[in-house]
Write a protein that binds this ligand. Structure first.
Ligand code: ZN
Ligand code: ZN
Length: 255
């Protein structure tokens, strides 16, 4: 399998899946009975996929190596992040490294400056430097997670349905996917939209800081701080820039 195949295979169905899941959950929310308890459970599951999975692990650990964590947490959180529907660790890290490498230039996979609103409907297709992904493509766990991504997601969804019924399927499985997908594309877009936030640093791209985005993404919205110091595990710079993910990392990281 070439690396180009690796990068492409988990994003081809990104748009159809997000539209189907969004339609399904919206229909359910507006037409059936559901209790506040299930919404709270759904938000808790978004914390597992979005915060522990994507932000703490995919981004700050696997993409930037900004701290050390033990293998048990790495695999558990990688699995949880993958179940958010935005791809496996390998695909996610490849896209993100490309973003940092050429931010707001022609080969940036999600720059609003280059792609405009198309950032909201991504279909990532490009090859990537294998060397920068060597820690993932030489690891059987990450390779299997990538190769059987949709199969693993389907089995996970089926297991949740059999244990928790339709409510469980919608709020434990689908609800975090909808939040994860839409909040991800929104933050990819708005994090580089001049005027949507403020800048602490003059960097070589258009990154901004936004408290709204930081709240939605567990701290990822302090994006200008991140571009200035990409290898810092905490994105906080000013005292009031609350970075929940940075606090969690502080608690779990190995020294
Ligand atoms: Zn950026
Ligand atoms: Zn980054």
């Amino acid at each position: 399998m070439s690396l180009k195949d690796i990068v492409r295979s988990n994003t081809t169905y990104f748009v159809p899946i997000q539209l189907i899941v969004t339609a399904f959950v919206s229909y359910y929310l507006f037409t059936f009975d559901y209790s506040l308890m299930w919404v709270v459970i759904g938000l808790g599951c978004y914390f597992l996929t979005g915060c522990l999975g994507i932000t703490v692990t995919f981004h700050r650990y696997l993409s930037h190596h900004s701290y050390k964590m033990n293998k048990f947490f790495e695999y558990l959180f990688s699995f949880l992040g993958s179940m958010g529907g935005t791809g496996s660790t390998i695909g996610w890290v490849a896209v993100h490294k490309q973003h940092h490498h050429n931010s707001d230039k022609n080969t940036d996979p999600h720059s609003p400056k280059i792609l405009g609103w198309k950032v909201l409907f991504p279909n990532y297709k490009f090859s990537m430097n294998k060397w920068s992904l060597r820690h993932l493509i030489t690891n059987p766990f990450h390779l299997y997670l990538h190769e059987y991504y949709f199969l693993i997601m389907a089995v996970w969804g089926l297991l949740i349905f059999s244990f928790f019924g339709l409510n469980g399927f919608v709020f434990i499985f689908c609800f975090p996917i909808v939040l994860q997908i839409w909040i991800s594309v929104l933050s990819n877009y708005a994090n580089h939209l001049p005027g949507f936030g403020y800048r602490n640093f003059e960097t070589h791209e258009d990154s901004i800081n936004s408290s709204i985005l930081a709240l939605l993404t567990w701290g990822e919205g302090w994006h200008n701080n991140h571009h200035k110091y990409p290898s810092r595990y905490s994105f906080q710079y000013k005292w009031w820039e609350l970075d929940i993910s940075g606090l969690i990392i502080k608690a779990i990281k190995k020294n």
